[in-house]
Design a protein around this ligand. Structure first.
Ligand SMILES: [Zn+2]
Length: 157
C-alpha cells in the first residue's frame, strides 16, 4: 500500500466519486468534484475537513477509514440510539396490530399496517438526514453523478 503523499490523487472520502489531489504550494488537498478542501497531515496519514466544526478526520491505510470528529468519540451508544429510533415505533405499532388485529374486510383495516410502514420510513428518514448532515454528504451532487457513474461501471465491466 502507498502511504499518503502529496503527489498522488485519492478517492474523495466525502462524495466518493471525485478525486482529491494536492493544491499547489499547500499542505492541503481538494476534491475535483465536490470542491471540499482537506488539510493533510502526512505524519499521521490523516486528512482533515475543517470547513465544519468540529473538523472531520479520515485516516489513510490504503483506503479512507473511520470518518470521525476531532476530539469526539462517536460511541456505539449513538448507533444503538439510531437503530432504536428507527425500529422501536414500528415495532410498537406492529405489537398493537398483533395483539388487536384489525377485523378483516372492514373499512380501513389496512390502515394500521400502512401506518406502521410510514412510521418506519419517517424515522429512517430522520436518521438518514442526521447522518447526511453530520458528514456534509453532498447528496444532490451524488444523485446527479450517480447515473453517469453506473454507466461507466457497466461499460468498464
Ligand atoms: Zn468530493
Amino acid at each position: 500500500m502507498n502511504p499518503l503523499n502529496l503527489h498522488d490523487s485519492y478517492p474523495c472520502p466525502v462524495c466518493r466519486f471525485g478525486q482529491i489531489a494536492a493544491l499547489p504550494l499547500m499542505d492541503a488537498m481538494a476534491c475535483n468534484l465536490c470542491q471540499q478542501i482537506f488539510e493533510v497531515d502526512l505524519e499521521r496519514q490523516q486528512i482533515k475537513m475543517s470547513s465544519r466544526q468540529p473538523a472531520l478526520l479520515w485516516n489513510w491505510n490504503g483506503s479512507w477509514c473511520g470518518a470521525h470528529l476531532e476530539g469526539v468519540e462517536l460511541g456505539w451508544g449513538y448507533v444503538f440510539a439510531a437503530i432504536a429510533l428507527v425500529l422501536l415505533p414500528p415495532t410498537l405499532m406492529g405489537l398493537v396490530i398483533f395483539i388487536h388485529p384489525p377485523a378483516p374486510n372492514t373499512p380501513l383495516s389496512w390502515l394500521p399496517y400502512v401506518w406502521a410502514g410510514l412510521g418506519f420510513l419517517a424515522h429512517l428518514a430522520i436518521v438518514g438526514w442526521l447522518v447526511i448532515e453530520f458528514y456534509q454528504f453532498p447528496l444532490g451532487l451524488w444523485l446527479r453523478r450517480l447515473p453517469q457513474q453506473l454507466l461507466q461501471r457497466i461499460r468498464n465491466s
